[in-house]
Design a protein around this ligand. Structure first.
Ligand code: NAP
Length: 355
């Protein structure tokens, strides 16, 4: 496909605008003067929309809401009219689900089909920016041992997740594969994909429900005071991630997948950064728990033993070279991301200070 030139005077559509990752993308688009078409599940949810409305009130651009649901065929058609770019971020991100097929896989997969069918029907659309995940690249951390340098690149695909094991990762993998398939069956719009690692940093809405908030809240509310599992994660600041979305959207040469990840850290390293900044004010975890103990306890705290076995103690490594060379990404230090995130949760009243 030729290089894609986007007319910046046209509206852009963004799914999942009420979400954590999308909030900063909306903020940056509005700051640059775009008209953002935001299909949301509940157009009357004043509480969820208030953060977006506050940003829009001070911005050059404007936001227009439409009602849509990932599972409702054709519900994105109206919002897409006249748009050259579609950002598709909407997809549930939760580890605590009762029915993974219904709660994760179906919205991810059918939602992607639904939104991309809208792209097919809408003559103005030239590019779709899909928010996938590094979870579509690596399943369990142990899988990294099968890769050259134990490090994953954009060429790799998650081969180990299923609906019964790491269901969220599975949902992201099959949704991204479906997106590439739909893209290949037509030639009007190109697909560029963002594959973020675990997102941290302050949200537009401090009361977000994305899984990203669970870890930072548990760090300060005492749930982890006896210790943390030796988990390693790649992290990316939510503000940097929004920059990456805008860069791929408007760069005519953007192609393919993009790993967007700053660096690997362990849960204990994140806690140590917080301890250095906030001292003993909050019950931060101070040690790592033995793997066998976490393995035994796993079902009582809602985790599967297989997941614990294949992830604790294994490094989780991805190569972010493409993001630096092709997108000129500059990642802010992890210290800034986690401290700003924690401070936002303090200000929002999530923790009781001990002093
Ligand atoms: P989030 O805050 O929970 O946002 C999810 C968004 O999807 C919300 O706007 C939600 O709308 C929308 N949504 C869910 N089910 C829907 C449905 N049936 N119909 C319409 N909209 C629906 O999660 P997030 O962390 O921002 O995640 C956003 C995207 O980033 C997802 O694709 C996720 O896989 C990806 N991602 C996230 C991370 C991370 O660490 N956070 C890492 C990698 C990739 P409501 O407000 O109506 O619920």
């Amino acid at each position: 496909m030729e290089n894609t030139i986007i007319d910046k005077s046209k509206p852009v559509m963004l799914t999942g605008a009420t979400g954590y990752v999308a909030g900063w993308i909306v903020k940056k688009l509005l700051k640059q003067g775009f008209t953002v078409h935001a299909p949301v599940r509940d157009i009357n949810n004043v509480e969820k929309l208030k953060y977006l409305n506050e940003i829009a009130a001070d911005a050059v651009g404007s936001i227009k809401y439409f009602e849509a649901d990932l599972l409702k065929e054709g519900s994105y058609d109206e919002a897409a009219k006249g748009c050259e770019i579609i950002f598709h971020t909407a997809s549930p991100f939760s580890m605590e689900v009762k029915d993974p097929m219904k709660e994760l896989v179906e919205p991810a997969l059918l939602g992607t089909e639904n939104v991309l069918n809208t792209a097919n029907k809408t003559e103005s659309v030239k590019r779709v920016v899909l928010t996938s995940s590094c979870a579509a690249i690596i399943g369990d951390a142990k899988d990294c041992l099968t890769l050259p340098n134990n490090t994953a690149t954009e060429k790799d695909w998650n081969f180990s997740s299923t609906v019964n094991h790491q269901a969220y990762s599975y949902s992201k993998t099959i949704a991204e594969k479906k997106a590439w398939k739909i893209n290949k069956n037509q030639s009007r719009w190109d697909l560029v994909v963002i594959n973020p690692s675990f997102v941290i940093g302050p949200g537009i809405n401090p009361n977000g429900s994305s899984e990203s908030f669970s870890l930072v809240r548990q760090m300060g509310d005492g749930q982890l005071k006896t210790g943390v599992p030796e988990f390693f994660v790649g992290v990316i600041d939510v503000r940097d991630l929004a920059d990456a979305h805008l860069k791929v959207a408007f760069n005519p040469q953007s192609k393919g997948r993009h790993i967007i990840s700053n660096q690997e850290v362990s849960f204990l390293q994140l806690s140590k950064i917080l301890q250095k900044e906030f001292g003993d004010k909050y019950p931060f975890p101070k040690r790592e728990l033995p793997k066998f103990l976490v393995w035994i306890m796993a079902p009582t705290v809602g985790f599967k033993r297989k997941m614990i076995w294949l992830n604790i103690g294994y490094h989780w490594l991805v190569d972010n070279t493409k993001s630096k060379t092709e997108l000129a990404m500059k990642y802010r230090p992890v210290e800034e991301s986690i401290i700003d995130f924690f401070q936002q949760q303090v200000d929002a009243g999530y923790f009781k200070s001990k002093v």
